[in-house]
Structure formats: C-alpha cells, structure tokens
Design a protein around this ligand. Sequence first.
Ligand SMILES: Cc1cc2nc3c(=O)[nH]c(=O)nc-3n(C[C@H](O)[C@H](O)[C@H](O)COP(=O)(O)OP(=O)(O)OC[C@H]3O[C@@H](n4cnc5c(N)ncnc54)[C@H](O)[C@@H]3O)c2cc1C
Length: 508
Amino acid sequence: MQKSTKNIAIIGSGFGGLSAACYLAQQWHQVTVYEKNEQLGGRASVKRAEGYTRDMGPSRYLMPDLFEEFFADFGKNIHDYLDLTQLDPSYKIYYKDNPTHPMIDVSADIETNRETFESLEPGSTDKLYKYLEKSKYTYEIGMSQFATRNYDNIWDFFRRDMAIKGAQMKIFSSIQTYVKKYFASDEMQKIIQYPMVFLGSPTDKTPALYNLMTYVDFGMWVWYPQWGMWSLVQALVDLGTELWVTYRTDSEVSQIITTPAATKWRQLWKKKSKVTALQLSSWEIVQIDAIVSNADMHWTETQLLDIPDQTYNEAYRDKHVLAPSGFCMYVWLDRKIEGLEHHTLIFSEDREKGNKEIFSTKTYPTDPSYYICCPSKTDPNVAPEWGENLFFLVPFPSRIQMDDNAKQAYRDKIIADAQQVLWQQLEWHIVHEEIFWPDEFNKRYHAYGGNALSGWAHLFRQTAIFRPHNVSKKVDGLYYAWWYTNPGIWVPICIISGKLASERVELL
Ligand SMILES: Cc1cc2nc3c(=O)[nH]c(=O)nc-3n(C[C@H](O)[C@H](O)[C@H](O)COP(=O)(O)OP(=O)(O)OC[C@H]3O[C@@H](n4cnc5c(N)ncnc54)[C@H](O)[C@@H]3O)c2cc1C
C-alpha cells in the first residue's frame, strides 16, 4: 500500500531535530524545521569574528561509529561531509593534589600510557585492559540492544533476555563501586570516571553501565571535525537539504494547536486531542499532520501546550532531578600558550567537596575540576596563527542565580586558577571573551533551570525506560526528539533520539 505523505513540523534544530528531519524526509514527508534562534544546531551554535571561530556548545566528538551509522542510513559516507582528525594524545590531565604527577598525557593507545599509568598505580595498565573488555561489551550491547529501540512499557524493556544482559551490564550498581573494584588510586579512578560529571549525577548514584564511556575513550580514539563541532551541524543540514527538508531560522513556535481527537482515537489510545497546527511568534499559523518537538522538554510541555494536553507537567518536573549546568567561558588570546592540548582536564584537590557543592548544596564550586578545550592546538581554521581559542567548562549547579559581580568574580577565579596550573599568563592576552552561565542557556534555548549539559540527571530511576517517552500520552501526532528522552544526552545519542522519534511518526 502506498504510504501517504505528511506535513511534519520539527520544533528546534538541535541534533535530535536535525536527525528526525532527515529520517522523515527520507520517507518522502514534507518536513520543515522551525528554529527560534538565528542559526541552526541548537546548543551547538558557533560564533565567528576577527579570524576566530568558536563552538559555543559541544566540543568532544564522541562515539564516532554512531555518526558513521547515521550517514550510512542514507547511503552516504561521513567522510564526504566531514574532515575528521584523530587526536593524540586524547587529552591532558592536571592533578592539582599530586605534586609527584602534576600532569600527564593520556593516549587512546594504552601501551603508550603504560609507564605513566604504572607510576600512578602499579598494575593498573593490565587492569585497564580487563576493564576495557567489559566496557566494550557494555557499549556494544548498550548501543545495539538498548539505546536504539523504542519502548512502549516497562515489560518491553525488562524482557528476560534484556534483564540478563542488563544485569551483565551492571545497571544495578554504581559506577563508583564498580571502578573501585578495579582501581585503587584516586588518579586512575579520576581518569575512568571523569565523563560521569557530564552525565549530571554523582558517581555513587550513576549506574555502572556508563563504564561504556571508557571504551569510547580508549577503544574508539578521540576524533575532531575540522572547523569544530559546528561542521557536524552543517553536515546534517547539508544532508537534510539534499532530502528536501526546509529550514526556518528566527521562527519561534509559540503554540501547538490541537483539536479534540476523534472518538476512535480516544478509545484506542486514550489520547484526548490531536495536533492540527502550530503558531509562530509572528502569529503565522501552519497546518500540520504531526510534530516532533526538539525544543526543551519543559518549554514544549508547559509553554506550547494547554494544561489538559500536557504529559510532562509541573508535577512530573518536581519529582525529577535536574543535572548540573555549566559555567562556560569562551576566551580568545593574542598569543600561543604552552601546557594545553586540544582537550585538557584540571582535577581539583578535593573531588568530594566539589561533588557536594555541585550536587547537594548546589552552591558555586569553590575549587572546581574543570575542562579546557583549545581547538587551535590542532585546527588552524579556528584562530589566527599567533592566537589561541579557549573554551572553559566548569560544571555548575542549575537553577542558580548570579549577579554580574558574582559572575565576574567567578570568572576571575577560574582564570587565576588556570594561570597557576598552566604557569602561563592569560589575563593580559585576552582579546575577546564571553561568559555563558545557566541564565544564558535559559534565554537562548529556553533551557529549563538554565540547564546546559544533561537535562535529567542519569540516575538509575531516570535512565532508559524511566526517561520521558518520545510520544505524547495526551496528544495524537506529537513526538519528541530530545536529550530528555530515551536514550539520553550527548550529540550522537540525540541523533539516535531523532531516528527513534521518526519511527514513531511512521506508525501514525
Ligand atoms: C557547553 C556545552 C558543552 C557540551 N559538550 C558536549 C560534548 O563535548 N559532546 C557531546 O556529545 N555533547 C556535549 N554537550 C551536549 C550536547 O550539546 C547536547 O546533548 C545536544 O546538543 C542537545 O541536542 P538536542 O537535540 O537535545 O537539542 P538542543 O541543542 O537543546 O536544541 C533545541 C533547540 O530548540 C530550539 N527551541 C526552543 N524552543 C523553541 C521554540 N519554541 N521554537 C523553535 N525553536 C525552539 C532552541 O533554540 C534550540 O536550538 C554539550 C552541551 C553544552 C551546552
């Protein structure tokens, strides 16, 4: 039977929205992406001036296999769209509390690290090989069996075979306990656990299944698309354009218009209403058959829908734990500096205290661990040859208020700390800088609580099937492709969420 072509609107042009648009256009639907901001890409926006180009959002190109699979789904080769470079070392680490090993380079080639790892903890290299075997298994099962499927109910998820695999993947224990079984030293534990901070939950509450991130670091190497992560946005938009997707920037959706659902639908699906149109802030009304919302979950549900149509309302929100946000500083320098690699991690003296401030007391971290990205170390396109392009990311509680003085004081503190750690003068060489903190994420992306990085924290009870579903329970024809839904956060995972949402629409 010939499938009918539908008129589908995507609200938001983050990776989830761009991916859903491509999959739906591949099925010959008429797809239009509506983006409130002046550029496409959602949190992966870019700023260019005076010979510098800076990514304002993601900077680490994680899980390269998933990007390849995405382009392969359209019969395309990713290398025709992106110029990828392998980074070696993968990253540099500074241990502020370890005068014997204040700084190490970490390569994805474990043998290259052997001497360093053995000096941090004798026997740790062989333990890492064993750990990696498990995390490879977790990654492969996780991606093939868990992350890439739609679930309708909890039994769908906890089928017997899935439950066995889930138990092998250690979804029921914490990553902290799991890592401690392998590594005794604080330094090795930090290397293995650092990605967890981006998951938005403390390590004692994050399921051990996220040990898969070690396979991403060591098993897949660390890659970088030349010109920065924004070139990945461009790649998805180029693909969508080939598939006849229409993109509209500066087009904020202000309302999703619904009508009472036909009785048949009410009886079958218990849905009260059906999507018929959307309204833009310019008052334009567009008739549509279905919507995939990629705009922040809280905004979509509470600002674009009437109360009876809301699935994930204020009550739902109040029962869930929001992940930390980020204090982001984008800094351009008029000189080259030493002591940084493309990716550099600076670990604080007291990790426990930092975790407590971010996750429990929700105050500014007083001695934070933080990340610096310096893409100009490997990409001549993003800064003049005599300059440097830096991005500082300090994990920071969401929903925090900060006046301009507090913001400036915190910025000064981080710059001073980096100068001390790197033994480099930064302050006198700053030619341009910008700070993004939680309030900024709220304004620019409608991010609930100013959340930058992770949406709902990846606690066990907010993982996989326990995340919000990608189908509205109340409104027929409304779907979601976000980091809030299953499978979760990060760019490649949001791309999967777009594919899963498109599979839902196909059933409409
Ligand atoms: C500073 C930072 C660093 C990060 N680092 C990494 C990293 O290194 N690697 C990684 O993989 N991930 C990283 N992430 C996370 C990653 O960026 C996100 O997981 C991903 O980009 C989220 O994509 P999304 O599809 O959920 O949509 P989003 O990027 O959240 O986009 C949603 C879009 O919807 C738009 N919108 C909202 N309301 C409306 C409306 N009413 N009408 C129209 N449009 C609307 C918004 O403007 C926005 O463009 C980082 C994030 C940040 C902020």
